[in-house]
Design a protein around this ligand. Structure first.
Ligand code: MN
Ligand code: MN
Length: 476
């Protein structure tokens, strides 16, 4: 400012010519803040329910049905304006709203993943040692093993019984449920076995065992008395036997509820922001979008954290086939080139979180290229690591289009990469979805403490991620 309080010519020029992202809290009025805080409440309710990819898909399917979405595969014919859902193996869901323009002109996709790092139970998980029953795990995704010790864990998932019936298991999410804990070694005795090792080595995968029970059966003829007592209890409560666990998917996830974080309640702490925050924003923006000329699809995939392989990962043809079904039911005739043309003319946001700058570890970040919490939804041109290997590098044209759309609609956004050039990196579903020759760009909220049992996001970024995806659905 000059002495009389007016901006100088060069201050005005700097504003016009320089880029800097803006702190949303500084830029918004009371009314917007109220909307931001109310939105976070909705999200927290979802996050505390959607503790696994299956539970996320259940929540989305139920919510879609309530809003009048119909099962794609049960429809005989389709027309513009129809809203539909398609579920794949209870782990993927696509929400579809048919546009008024011919579908081969392209679809607006927002794709997020609902799997999060966790501890899967082994297929033969139960054992007994020192009169303690243990559930042995095999970790899923990129975790720091030490973060999972001595925290309350819940067990969620399904068991397929010998009669080929599905039994759903959820233990530890209700207040009065028991929880499970992996005990760490006390500091008094850990000097040699842990203290002198690297952080990646001092906890071994085989020690990630949940304490599962301690009361034995009273029969001296039985060798593993606690294990049998645990099996007896499982059989009574769920009708399952040990062999049934071979056909089970049981996940140990943090048994903690999301909370407001900070004296000003600016943040949300919780398990699984990566990437249930993007799943929530993708799905809610689909629900709330008005119809567009182009068809809109929110797609929730699985297995992103372990490379997107398998029939429920982004590399699967599920969505390609589902779009084929949509065309078939709309036009009564779907040939291969028609389907390819549709995918090729489509646009896709890979809705995935970004690594927000952690003030305690700034050295790994490039502060001028990385994202800051509360500065808005993050646009990321490329992912990958070490010289852009394994990257989806979105075209400048696509980055420009998204930036233009966000700016003209008052969406707070920022640019964000993934740390310093040589520091590491990561991938998203973007590179897999681009296989269809679809234009794909990464866009999502910044997270601090990513892949930990209790990640942090800003409520302001959460709100503008939802708003941003909505603009993309309606106007791209
Ligand atoms: Mn993610
Ligand atoms: Mn992740």
């Amino acid at each position: 400012m000059s002495e009389n309080g007016k901006k100088t010519e060069y201050q005005k020029l700097e504003e016009k010519l320089s880029y800097s992202s803006k702190n949303i809290w500084k830029e918004t009025d009371q009314k917007t803040r109220k909307a931001i805080f109310a939105w976070a409440e909705k999200y927290r309710n979802f996050l505390d329910t959607a503790k696994s990819e299956r539970l996320t898909v259940n929540w989305i399917r139920d919510s879609a049905r309530k809003r009048g979405y119909k099962d794609l595969y049960e429809q005989k014919s389709l027309k513009a304006g129809d809203t539909l859902y398609a579920v794949n193996r209870n782990k993927n869901i696509a929400l579809i709203r048919l546009g008024t323009r011919p579908i081969e002109e392209g679809i607006n996709f927002v794709v997020a993943h609902a799997d999060a790092p966790r501890l899967d139970m082994k297929q033969i998980p139960l054992s007994e040692d020192t009169e303690i029953a243990l559930m042995r795990s095999h970790y899923y995704g990129g975790i720091k093993k030490y973060q999972w010790l001595n925290i309350p864990l819940a067990l969620v998932g399904v068991v397929i019984t010998k009669d080929n019936k599905t039994v759903e298991i959820t233990i530890g999410l209700s207040e009065d449920d028991p929880v499970f804990v992996i005990p760490d070694l006390l500091p008094h005795l850990s000097k040699k076995i842990q203290g002198n090792k690297k952080s990646t080595e001092f906890i071994e995968g085989e020690t990630l065992n949940l304490v599962f029970g301690n009361i034995p059966v009273k029969d001296e003829k039985i060798k593993e008395k606690v294990k049998l007592a645990v099996l007896e209890r499982l059989h009574k409560e769920y009708g399952i036997v040990e062999e049934d666990l071979i056909s089970a998917e049981l996940e140990a996830v943090p048994a903690v509820r999301s909370r407001d974080v900070g004296i000003d309640r600016s943040l949300v702490g919780g398990y699984g922001h990566d990437d249930r925050v993007s799943s929530f924003c993708a799905v809610m923006s689909h629900f709330d979008s008005t119809s567009n000329e182009r068809t809109q699809i929110a797609l929730i995939v699985d297995k992103e954290e372990i490379g997107s392989d398998g029939p429920t990962g982004a590399k699967s043809l599920f969505i390609f086939n589902a779009v084929g079904t949509v065309i078939e039911k709309t036009k009564k005739n779907c040939n291969d080139s028609f389907l390819r043309e549709t995918m090729q003319n489509s646009l896709c946001i890979s809705a995935d979180v970004n690594a927000g700058i952690n003030p305690m570890y700034k050295s790994v970040h490039d502060e001028s290229n990385d994202s800051k919490i509360s500065h808005g939804v993050v646009i990321t041109k490329f992912t990958g690591s070490g010289g852009k290997y394994s990257a989806n590098d979105a075209d400048a044209e696509l980055v420009g289009k998204l930036r233009w759309l966000f700016n003209k609609n008052g969406i707070f956004w920022q640019y964000g990469g993934m740390g310093k050039v040589d520091e590491g990196g990561g991938g998203t579903i973007a590179k897999h979805f681009s296989f269809y020759n679809t234009s794909v760009i990464d866009c999502g909220v910044p997270v601090i403490g990513m892949h930990s049992p209790y990640e942090l996001i800003s409520k302001a970024d959460l709100y503008y991620s939802y708003q941003g995806y909505k603009v993309f659905f309606e106007q791209a």
